[in-house]
Design a protein around this ligand. Structure first.
Ligand code: FES
Length: 165
C-alpha cells in the first residue's frame, strides 16, 4: 500500500524574481586607466586607426615580443617611395594597439626615408608617453614598420643599407 506524506502546500512563485544589482565589468570601465595612460593612448586604444591587412601589399613586416608573446603585423602600399596606405593587425595588449594605431598614422603619406626615422621612442612620445613597464609595447609597431619597409626594398631589389640616411 502506498503511503502519502503531506508536506504542506507547494510554494508558488509570486511576481518577478528580484534581479541582483548590475555590476559593471572591470574591462568596460576604462576611466580607471586614465591615471596610468595618456588621453592619446586611450583614444587610439578605444578607436584604433588603420586596422586590418592590405591584400597584396608592397611590403609586409611581422614581429613578436619574446617577453609577452604578443604579435604584430604591418602591411604597406608604396607609390613613388611614399607609403600611400598602411594597416596593422596585432595580437597584443592595449598599449600595443595604441602604439600600432599611432605608428600607422605617423607613417601614412611619409616617404620611405622619413618613415625609416620613426623610432620606438618617437612612437611613445607621440602618444604622450607610456608607463615604463609598457615601453616595450611600442617596439612592436615601430619594428614591424621597419620590417615592412625592408621587405618592400628587398622586393624592389634595393639594399636597405643604401637607403638609410
Ligand atoms: Fe605585449 Fe604590450 S604586453 S605588447
Amino acid at each position: 500500500m502506498t503511503r502519502f506524506v503531506d508536506s504542506g502546500p507547494i510554494p508558488m512563485r509570486r511576481g518577478k524574481r528580484e534581479q541582483p544589482p548590475a555590476v559593471e565589468h572591470p574591462e568596460n570601465n576604462l576611466s580607471r586607466y586614465t591615471d596610468v595612460y595618456s588621453k592619446e593612448v586611450m583614444d587610439h586604444f578605444s578607436n584604433p586607426r588603420n586596422v586590418g591587412v592590405i591584400e597584396n601589399p608592397d611590403g609586409s613586416g611581422e614581429v613578436g615580443n619574446p617577453v609577452c608573446g604578443d604579435m604584430m603585423k604591418i602591411t604597406i602600399l608604396v607609390e613613388d617611395d611614399v607609403i600611400t596606405d598602411i594597416k596593422f593587425q596585432t595580437l597584443g595588449c592595449g598599449a600595443a594597439i595604441a602604439t600600432s594605431s599611432i605608428t600607422t598614422e605617423m607613417a601614412k603619406g611619409k616617404s620611405l626615408k622619413e618613415a625609416m626615422k620613426i623610432t620606438r621612442d618617437a612612437v611613445a612620445e607621440n602618444l604622450g608617453g607610456l608607463p615604463p613597464n609598457k615601453m616595450h609595447c611600442s617596439n612592436l609597431a615601430a619594428d614591424a614598420l621597419q620590417k615592412a619597409i625592408e621587405d618592400y626594398l628587398k622586393r624592389q631589389g634595393r639594399d636597405i643599407k643604401n637607403e638609410k640616411v
